[in-house]
Design a protein around this ligand. Structure first.
Ligand code: BJ8
Length: 413
């Protein structure tokens, strides 16, 4: 580790967190638990993993929500998501990666290369996945094994995916020396479902006309959900849910100003990155749902519970993950119908396409989605950005203008 550089990274992270989240006036008091979890991701959480490994436990690193946590957990293996969300390390990746690939990949590998990733030595292997081209080729560069995520959703693709899920089971069993039994897998399915239930219950409060939690804070909860110990997350989530129930009962809003209801759709915003959400909410756009892998794409759909055999459970896991509607699939019409469902449920008045620069899949899909939305009279705005702060003010101006368009549409209804 480069300790001095890591200290600077942390200082930068605290500043970014304050700029993105701490300006909000009506935050639920229990959001402090999630602020702390973010802070702990480079401290206490690292210690927990070290302790786990010192006690003989195994851990892997991953980059995508296709990696089934249930299976790793049933084999006693901790799955540590490694996606970088900080702009601080992006340029360090330039020694090995081209500049014109997505900032998520550059940030992640920039952390590893610059000696600022506290998880670098805390894993037995890293598992990639064949989603976008930039990721696939990066795995090749670093000799990282990858789960094959098919690009279509036909029966043959589902069969291929199931065999990948089975292979992954063997890999984690071999790593830990622990057999995935039906009992262990049933327990881990229940636990992971419980985690998704917490996230979805928080989402439910965002359907209210005056949501008791902001889009920014809901994003923070989702971001840390990927990193936190699962039991601690569920505990903190339950505390937040109790507070949200009280706030909803009293009609207490997370917002102090009136605003318009938008869906944020597209690429993930890993821990450290919330620039676009912050610009939206500062400008009076209430992000009432997040259609990304740090939003509903991560929590949607539970794995069937109470199945008998390991084989049945692996099929149920494969099916749940195969339903994820990443833009790496072609065609990806499921995503568009999922989005229309969200729009209805959350009473959405406009959509912001949040696209990380050079993510061609989500960028191109935004065009098709805009067409579908405009046929329904819904305005949309595409923001293509990276982890720098250079365009933050410009994005705010575009958000303000977008708010004006939605208000105008409202007045003509
Ligand atoms: S399931 S969105 S986590 S692949 S943003 S690295 S796709 S160029 S992160 Fe993703 Fe899994 Fe899909 Fe979700 Fe490539 Fe796009 Fe970058 Fe991406």
């Amino acid at each position: 580790m480069d300790v001095e550089l890591h200290d600077r990274l942390l200082q930068n992270g605290e500043k970014t967190h304050a700029r993105n989240f701490l300006w909000q006036k009506n935050r639920p008091a229990s959001m402090k638990l999630f602020d702390k979890a973010l802070h702990d991701s480079h401290g206490q959480r690292v210690k927990e993993i070290i302790d786990y490994r010192n006690a003989g436990g195994k851990s892997i690193g991953s980059f995508c929500i296709y990696v089934p946590d249930e299976i790793a957990m049933a084999a006693g293996v901790l799955n540590i998501p490694l996606c970088g969300g900080t702009g601080f390390t992006v340029d360090y990746a330039d020694k090995v990666l081209p500049r014109d690939i997505c900032p998520l990949i550059r940030s992640t590998f920039g952390m590893a290369i610059s000696g600022t990733c506290p998880y670098k030595t805390l894993k037995d292997f890293v598992i990639g996945e064949t989603t976008c081209d930039a990721k696939k080729k990066t795995w090749d560069l670093f000799d990282i094994r990858a789960l094959e995520v098919p690009q279509k959703k036909k029966k043959a693709d589902r069969d291929l995916w199931l065999s990948e899920v089975r292979d992954f089971t063997t890999q984690v069993e071999e790593l830990s020396g622990i057999k995935v039994t039906s009992e262990k897998l049933r327990d881990s399915i229940r636990k992971q479902n419980r985690k998704r239930d917490v996230l979805n219950a928080i989402g439910q409060y965002r359907t209210l006309p005056e949501p008791p939690i902001s889009g920014l804070d809901a994003l923070l909860v989702s971001q840390v959900a990927l990193n936190m110990d699962i039991n601690s997350f569920i505990e903190a989530g339950d505390i937040l849910l109790a507070e949200l129930a009280e706030r909803a009962e009293k009609g207490e809003s997370a917002y102090s100003e009136p605003g318009v209801r938008v869906l944020m759709a597209g690429t993930p915003s890993p821990m450290g990155y919330a620039k676009v959400h912050a610009a939206a909410e500062i400008s009076g756009l209430r992000v009432v749902m997040d259609e990304s892998c740090t939003g509903i794409r991560y929590s949607r759909g539970n794995v069937l519970e109470d199945l008998e055999t390991v084989d049945e459970m692996l099929e149920a896991i494969a099916d749940r993950y195969f339903d994820i509607d990443c833009a790496c699939f072609s065609p990806n019409s499921e995503r568009f119908s999922n989005i229309l469902g969200i729009i209805e449920k959350y009473n959405v008045e406009g959509v912001v396409h949040n696209v990380l620069q050079y993510c061609h899949g989500f960028n191109v899909e935004a065009g098709k989605l805009s067409g579908i939305l405009s046929e329904k009279g819904l305005p949309s705005l595409k923001i293509v950005s990276d982890y720098s702060q250079e365009d933050a003010e410009q994005i705010k101006l575009r958000m303000e203008a977008f708010r004006g368009i939605i208000e105008n549409t409202r007045s003509h209804k």
